[in-house]
Design a protein around this ligand. Structure first.
Ligand code: V47
Length: 364
């Protein structure tokens, strides 16, 4: 394989990977610009095996999107709606509780709950959402509100981020999902989501959360107008933040879905780019314990292949995905745990049902 990787022009990077040496931004760029998915994947698989062996994680989770009303209206998003839109919706606390009640007989261990930046819901609403879910299912871990929402909630509360997080924790918040990161580059944010929390502030919220004992995830929305340099800069900023706080659990590359967005003239990502984003992330983010292949966005079949290209986690059962489906995702809105187990086993890996913090619930 060494000869093959050298022929692909990636011999120096291979030496570093063998020696567990940190890759540079130039290395990251070289990987992104290389078409040799086998060479990149082979190296990423080495790192994945070193960090996680054959362990492949999934979780029994339920997504709830409490409202799609959003003042940001990002160009890549088909989910957000202005308050005046006919398609705008807003769940009451009771509606959300009903969603949880409806699945009480399922072994769900995590509620993943995000929404838009709502113009007038009060801070108390968000606290009531957390408290309401906990009331129905006290054992469930609530992974809720992206760093963008957390910054908004701190504004509503009129308190610093850290204090706001303590209040949210008290009400039931367990950890923070990785959404809203998009691409940190100010150029991309200016062109696609100019009203959104800037990238440096997203990172700051994540680091404050880590310091307050909350784990978070991180994402990157790829496959639209970002350059390879901007992708590597994004990963580099995450790696630097993780060096400081060590609070990120997983990185999840998100494949851009253009349908029904203001960027609908762009085409969907390709299989090679999907695998490359997983593999390069696994190689570059040497301090991230996990890389997820999110089956909703790349399809269960490619997510299964991604388990040999650096990914060690398939996310979970999801139950009712909305954000990607509004943007034309052709995958199902949920997947059975048996299907996940089958996909993982057939990839020659060990399926492990985990909780949000990667404690093992059951090894299959
Ligand atoms: O924040 C928006 C992105 C995110 C589109 O933390 C789009 O474990 C693709 O963050 N095409 C929501 N992506 C999903 C998300 C997530 C999913 C699964 C697990 C975790 C985790 C996080 O989706 C948004 C935004 O960044 N997004 N529009 C689109 N058209």
């Amino acid at each position: 394989m060494k000869e093959y990787i050298e022929q692909a022009g990636l011999g120096r990077i291979y030496d570093k990977v063998l020696a567990s040496e940190r890759l540079t931004v130039e290395d990251g760029l070289k990987l992104y610009n290389s078409p040799d998915i086998l060479a990149i994947g082979y190296m990423a698989n080495m790192v994945r095996n070193r960090l996680n062996g054959d362990n492949t994680y999934f979780i029994y989770n339920q997504h709830i999107n409490y409202s799609n009303i959003c003042t940001n209206l990002c160009k890549f998003c088909a989910f957000g709606r202005s308050k005046e839109s006919d398609l705008a919706y807003e769940m009451s606390v009771e509606d959300v509780k009903q969603k949880v009640r409806a699945r009480l007989d399922e072994p769900i261990t995590e509620i993943h709950m995000v929404g838009g930046i709502h113009p007038d819901l009060p801070f108390e609403y968000y606290l009531e959402l957390l408290r309401g879910i906990k009331e129905i299912k006290p054992s469930v871990h609530i992974q809720a509100f992206t760093c963008v929402e957390i910054a908004h909630l701190a504004n509503l509360a009129g308190k610093p981020i850290g204090e706001t997080l303590e209040i949210l924790k008290e009400a039931g918040l367990g950890s923070i999902p990785g959404g809203g990161a998009e691409v940190f580059s100010p150029r991309i944010r200016e062109l696609t989501c100019q009203d959104k929390l800037p990238g440096k502030d997203w990172l700051e919220v994540a680091k404050i959360a880590h310091r307050h004992g909350l784990h978070t995830n991180a994402t990157m929305l790829y496959g639209h107008i970002e350059t390879m340099e901007e992708r590597v800069e994004h990963l580099d900023a995450l790696r630097t933040a993780q060096d400081e706080t060590n609070g990120f659990l997983a990185f999840i590359p998100l494949a851009f879905h253009p349908k029904n967005t203001e960027m609908s003239s762009l085409s969907r990502t390709t299989g090679i780019d999907d695998l490359k984003n997983i593999a390069v992330a696994r190689l570059f983010l040497d301090n991230f314990p996990h890389v997820k292949a999110y089956w909703v966005m790349i399809g269960p079949k490619l997510a299964q292949i991604a388990l040999s290209y650096g990914a060690d986690d398939m996310d979970g059962t999801v139950k009712e995905e909305v954000i990607t489906h509004m943007a034309g995702a052709e995958t199902d809105q949920a997947i059975g745990s048996n299907t996940l187990i089958k996909l993982i086993k057939e990839a020659g890996r060990t399926p492990i049902e985990r909780d949000t913090l990667y404690n093992v619930i059951e090894t299959h």
